[in-house]
Design a protein around this ligand. Structure first.
Ligand code: TEU
Ligand code: CA
Length: 523
């Protein structure tokens, strides 16, 4: 990959507009509110802003069910507000990428009534659906439509029918829509579940999961024509613009990721293997925690396997807050937030900062299902309590630990303003971290080597650049840890503990993260 591509040297800030900043006190974040925070975002030092969907939507899946790709949903504002956002962002040197949700539309999209050939229809087996696949947000992945006399596929829900990418006319409608947004000033796209768009010819039953339906994830991700479609997308539209593109690739393997990030396809890929480490046979609804060894193995596999094309993240709108998941919500909240940021931001790839992560935000606590908005959690709550798999208390605990609503609580702007003025805040630590990426290219282009720290609760790795070598060491525990440095590093590049004694004593305080550096030995 070219070394000077702006995409390789960018840092991205993800905004979930619905809970980012509400300018008109209707309880919903909006574009005018977002515009009012562009200076805050600029101060953080990021280059690109990714907006979760703001298109017209019935909001079944909070905008990931689009009923019109060409208009802004009125809850967020108008197309003039959008044009103002683009203009205001660009005037600050910020690029804007949109969420491209083209694996499926809303069932309220006009195409669903007028263009059945744009969707995936199959005959049932007698009175039964074509196969046993389950929808991620509950029920069967197949819904019978009386008017058509067939079943249609909705991998996520019946309100999100999957588009038929085998239909060239449909594909070219998508490319034309993309072109119109790019001509309007959009700088690229995060491509929602783009690994799912090419469905296999045959759709066999899947392994039955805890919700009683078959699992399609063994058959659908990385389908037979997905790379052909993405190469066509590049030829038909992307090649005409200097875009930033990232694939959200549920179920991606390393080999597939290398194809998605070839020059003919996209710039980078989100994998989710680290996000699945605290899941199990009951999906995310479990008390399991992410094992540090597992995290180190997965991150190292992708560092060595995919390098600079990694889209790096610990947080997004689908994940619980990482400070709650892997850090500390109590006395070490700020320090553990900074530690997690060091651990991620010194890796190869493009760091994504999710709104509120730069403030050290933690999970919410849900005491009633009535407080929960996410269809994934709501379906799981009712299906698993009705089946007797879990009690209501257990499900509320799991939703409070793992549910997507944890990432969708409003940004506490009073705290953000306090942190903005506090040089020792999590906000300023992120700002300093991001600034280091500008001045130390070894963070972007250096090699990565995991350091074996035995059974110690440490995640340590070395980045070797042409001019300097970095040693990154993160204590993932509430205990102090003694660790003897492997070689002679004498200079601290950044540390989240102003009272660190590590260089003298080899002791890392709880959740201490330290980055040491020295000139690379001339060979
Ligand atoms: O998410 C893809 C996906 O696999 C999600 O189901 C997610 O990994 C899971 O909910 C984690 O528990 C994308 C969007 O990011 C998500 O918000 C949408 O709900 C989904 O696609 C459908 O568009
Ligand atoms: Ca509002």
């Amino acid at each position: 990959m070219q070394k000077d591509k702006w995409q390789r040297e960018s840092i991205v800030y993800q905004i979930y507009p619905k809970s980012f900043c509400d300018s008109n006190a209707d309880g919903i974040g909006d574009l005018r509110g977002l515009i009012s925070k562009l200076d805050y975002i600029k101060e953080l030092g990021v280059d690109v802003v990714w907006l979760s969907p703001i298109y017209a939507s019935p909001q079944f899946d909070n905008g990931y069910d689009i009923s019109d790709y060409e208009t802004i949903d009125p809850i967020y504002g108008t197309i003039d507000d959008f044009d103002a956002l683009i203009e205001q962002a660009h005037s600050r040197g910020l690029k804007i990428i949109m969420d491209l949700v083209v694996n499926h539309t809303s069932d309220r999209h006009p195409w669903f009534a007028s263009r059945h050939d744009f969707y995936i229809w199959r005959n049932g087996k007698g009175d039964a659906p074509p196969n046993n696949w389950g929808a991620l947000f509950g029920g069967s992945a197949w819904t019978y439509d009386e008017t058509v006399g067939k079943y249609y596929l909705g991998l996520f829900s019946k309100h999100q029918p999957d588009l038929n990418w085998e239909n060239s006319e449909m594909r070219h409608e998508i490319y034309a829509m993309m072109r119109r947004w790019l001509e309007r000033g959009v700088d690229g796209f995060r491509m929602d579940v783009i690994s799912l768009i090419s469905k296999p010819e045959t759709m066999p039953d899947g392994e039955i999961t805890t919700n009683g339906y078959g699992d399609w994830s063994a058959f659908v991700p990385n389908g037979p024509r997905v790379h052909e479609f993405l190469r066509e997308m590049r030829c038909e539209v992307l090649k005409d613009f200097d875009t930033f593109t990232v694939a959200e690739a549920a179920g991606v393997t390393l080999d597939e990721a290398k194809k998605y990030t070839s020059p003919e396809e996209l710039d980078m890929v989100f994998h989710f293997e680290h996000m699945d480490l605290d899941g199990g046979e009951t999906f995310k609804w479990t008390d399991r925690e992410i094992p540090l060894d597992g995290l180190k193995q997965v991150m190292t596999k992708w560092q060595l396997g995919l390098g600079v094309a990694n889209a790096l993240f610990f947080n997004n709108h689908d994940q619980p807050r990482m400070v709650s998941r892997l850090g500390d919500e109590g006395i070490y909240r700020e320090r553990s937030a900074k530690m997690l940021a060091v651990c991620l931001h010194f890796m190869q790839g493009t760091p994504f900062v999710y709104q509120g992560e730069e403030l050290g935000m933690i999970n919410a606590k849900f005491t009633s299902i009535d407080e929960v908005n996410d269809p994934e959690s709501i379906d799981a709550y009712y299906s698993h309590t009705r089946s007797g798999m879990f009690t209501e208390e257990e499900m509320l605990r799991y939703i409070s630990m793992k549910g997507r609503d944890n990432a969708r609580t409003p940004i506490p702007w009073n705290d953000a303003n306090r942190q903005f003025a506090d040089a020792d805040s999590v906000f300023h630590f992120y700002k300093n971290l991001i600034q280091l990426r500008r001045t130390h290219k070894s963070i972007i282009y250096g090699s990565y080597t995991l350091v074996d720290t035995g059974d110690l609760p440490l995640f340590a790795y070395v980045r070797q650049g042409e001019a300097e070598t970095l040693f990154i060491c993160c204590n993932f525990s509430r205990e102090s840890v003694t660790y003897t440095l492997p070689t002679d590093f004498r200079d601290i590049l950044i540390c989240n503990n102003t009272d660190s004694t590590f260089l003298k004593t080899g002791i890392l305080a709880p959740f201490e993260a330290i980055v040491l550096h020295r000139a690379t030995d001339s060979v």
